[in-house]
Design a protein around this ligand. Sequence first.
Ligand code: AP5
Ligand code: MG
Length: 210
Amino acid sequence: MKMVFLGPPGAGKGTVAAKAKDYYSIPHISTGDLFRSNIKNKTELGKQVEAILAAGSLVPDSVTIAMVKDRISQPDCEKGFILDGFPRTIAQAEALAEMTELDAVVNFVISNEEVVERLSGRRMCPSTGHIYHVKFNPPKVEGKDDETGEDLIQRDDDKPQAILHRLEVYTAQTEPLIKWYTDRGLIRNVQTSNSMSPDAVFEETKKVLK
Ligand code: AP5
Ligand code: MG
């Protein structure tokens, strides 16, 4: 199954993808995670994109498209993949359509108020990538990763200024993809809210993918 997870910042794309990748036995490819790992490892790409991510702006299409093209041509993607956070512009969607044919685009729907509440309380483990929330999805021990016990961090782009900018960028550049993929018969909407557990959202996702 080849699918895209679409939705505003904080919609829960990464949280659901962590469950879906095991269930469907396909890789979870998050362009945000790929950029953050390059930043952490101080690669040339990482140096190029660090300030862009911290501000919450988009990395240029050419850079992002080349990175995804390389990633989905790897052997582990033959059976399918979950693309999380890509495409984010019409140009990226057009480039992806030339690379491969998708089975579905899952669109996670959430209000802006809930996005702000989610992102300001998000914590993550820098090495395992596990995602938590101080209120909605807390770790077993405060501030520590469940698996490794490492200190959790707050993403640079989860600071208030960057959150607002990311929402504006989403509305201007990514939201138009909902219509683009609806016109191609691929959109599957999943309504989410903070009163729905991540497991409940995953159940809804499985339903719309049946
Ligand atoms: P990226 O990492 O993709 O960030 P994003 O799209 O802004 O999405 P997030 O990762 O913030 O949210 P999410 O939907 O994964 O939610 P999560 O599951 O964590 O991109 C970062 C940056 O990289 C971009 O700004 C850009 O600079 C660059 N970039 C990436 N892709 C690019 C592209 N294609 N083109 C150009 N640039 C690109 O959940 C959020 C919080 O909510 C967590 O705390 C979680 O615990 C909590 N939560 C999850 N589910 C629930 C629930 N059901 N109830 C309550 N809380 C919940
Ligand atoms: Mg994410």
